[in-house]
Design a protein around this ligand. Structure first.
Ligand code: MG
Length: 292
């Protein structure tokens, strides 16, 4: 199923998306429960789905991020596609470069929960803080079942579904600080959406991932080319960190980010970045100068 978090008449709802009819059917959930987005379904813990109400046209609702405010930081994997690992190592901004271009173990960093914004929202650029803002198209995993010490062969049992994120990055800040959190956690730097799809409906083996900047195709790869696959990422993280329902893991970006070009193609105010993943949809955000 394809599940959207959205608002209509000022209230947040969670609903089933039907792409053929371009509608979304809200689940009959208490308003206070729907406020957490798709977490409202994940938290039912196997209790089954609530009934749905009358569908409404998608163009009458305002989409929100599937998980509008994650309960803790978003886990992210760095340098997880071979060609991207090389382009980033060459860029001069890689404060992890001592470890070699292609990491032996997953590089894990995080973004604070408040970075999340939905499709259609503005991503704010503050030129007094960063002049090297870049896009990163990524598949994100949404955890559905708690676990610690999860074996790779059991990892998918803990996956509820998937969505798209743009792991927006201030490269100058990422290079300045050996921990990447500041460069990755600027306000609005985690567009997420347009909705989530459940694990059973998404084919990791065949899905392509693309990123356009103003219709210029910059990234064009396949999820199956991840260096560390999803079971490895989940096994690595859960070795000592208990993964919780609703945790989000951004799995890394393929080659073609702005820093990989010579000269780099950083984002400018007015640019529109669209990330597409087959079987999920498209996440589109305009980058704008932040009003001081
Ligand atoms: Mg990334």
């Amino acid at each position: 199923m394809r599940v959207a978090t959205f608002s209509i008449a000022g209230e947040r709802r969670v609903g089933l998306v039907d792409l053929e009819s371009r509608t979304v059917a809200p689940f009959d959930l208490p308003v206070e429960s729907a406020a957490s987005g798709v977490l409202a379904l994940i938290d039912r813990n196997g209790a089954g789905l609530p009934p749905t109400l009358s569908p409404v046209p998608l163009d009458r609702v305002e989409l929100e991020a599937p998980v509008p405010r994650p309960r803790r930081n978003i886990f992210c994997v760095g340098k997880n596609y071979h060609e991207h690992a090389h382009e980033f190592a060459r860029s001069g901004f890689d404060s992890s470069a001592g470890a070699g271009a292609v990491p032996k173990h997953p590089i894990i960093f995080s973004k604070v929960p408040e970075t999340v914004v939905p499709t259609g929202a503005a991503v704010l650029m503050d030129a007094s803080v960063s002049t090297a803002i870049d896009y990163e198209a990524e598949l994100a995993v949404i955890i559905g079942k708690e676990g610690r010490g999860i074996a790779p062969e059991n990892a998918f049992e803990h996956v509820w579904g998937y969505t798209i994120v743009n792991d927006v990055t201030a490269r100058d800040l990422q290079g300045r600080y050996s921990q990447w959190l500041i460069g990755k956690s600027q306000d609005t730097f985690c567009p997420m959406g347009p909705w989530a799809v459940t694990r059973d409906e998404f084919d990791l083996e065949s899905a392509a991932i693309r990123c356009f900047v103003n219709d210029d195709l910059r990234q064009d790869s396949r999820i199956s080319l991840l260096i560390f696959d999803i079971p490895t990422i989940i096994a690595t993280l859960s070795q000592g960190i208990t993964l919780k329902p609703g945790d989000i893991i951004a799995t890394g970006t393929p080659v073609g980010v702005g820093i990989g070009f010579d000269p780099p193609k950083y984002l400018k105010a007015g640019d529109v970045v669209r990330v597409e993943i087959d079987g999920i949809g498209a996440l589109e955000n305009r980058f704008v100068e932040r009003a001081q």
